[in-house]
Design a protein around this ligand. Structure first.
Ligand code: FES
Ligand code: FES
Length: 161
């Protein structure tokens, strides 16, 4: 077992982990931050995306023990300080960018990472960036609309599905 200390959603946390413990397991089972979903555990679906030092990362694809000193943000850390929804979360709500909601935490985290590096992405750029996030409800159209709206662009200009 290894002791690991990292900052998660602005708070310093420590825990004993095995070398094989995935970040997704550390977050969900160690810290009870169950907003990070696990859909495949094989780095394919994107449900488990979190930010590690500002980059979108599939948390089922990294070992917690390798993240000593890292800054991690999960979906639980995305709301505004007063508890209200962030602009991206609000856009998903307003544009019906979720159905069952299983993919939503990963979609929101990926979208936030995209907008941090490209504040006004085109529809094609959004679709390309979200390629690693699978929505089994196939609600992609409204997800892309939500990301366009969150970037301050007119989501209404998107062609109908
Ligand atoms: S659970 Fe990590 S990519 Fe599917
Ligand atoms: S909303 Fe159900 S998987 Fe995306």
């Amino acid at each position: 077992m290894t002791q690991v200390t990292m900052t998660v959603n602005g708070k310093s946390v420590s825990g004993e982990v095995e070398g094989r413990t995935l970040l997704s397991a550390f977050l969900r089972e160690g810290l009870v931050l169950t907003g990070t979903h696990v859909g495949c555990d094989t780095a394919q679906c994107g449900a488990c995306v979190v930010h590690v030092d500002g980059r979108a990362v599939k948390s089922c694809n990294v070992f917690a023990a390798d993240l000593e000193g890292a800054k991690v943000t999960t979906i639980e850390g995305m709301a505004n300080a007063d508890g209200s929804l962030s602009a991206i979360q609000k856009a998903f709500q307003d544009h019906h960018g979720l159905q069952c909601g299983f993919c939503t935490p990963g979609m929101v985290m990926s979208a936030a990472a995209l907008l941090a590096e490209n504040p006004k992405p085109s529809e094609a750029e959004i679709r390309h960036y979200l390629e690693g996030n699978i929505c089994r409800c196939t609600g992609y159209h409204n997800i892309v609309k939500a990301v366009l709206a969150a970037s301050g662009q007119d989501a209404g200009r998107m062609a109908a599905e």
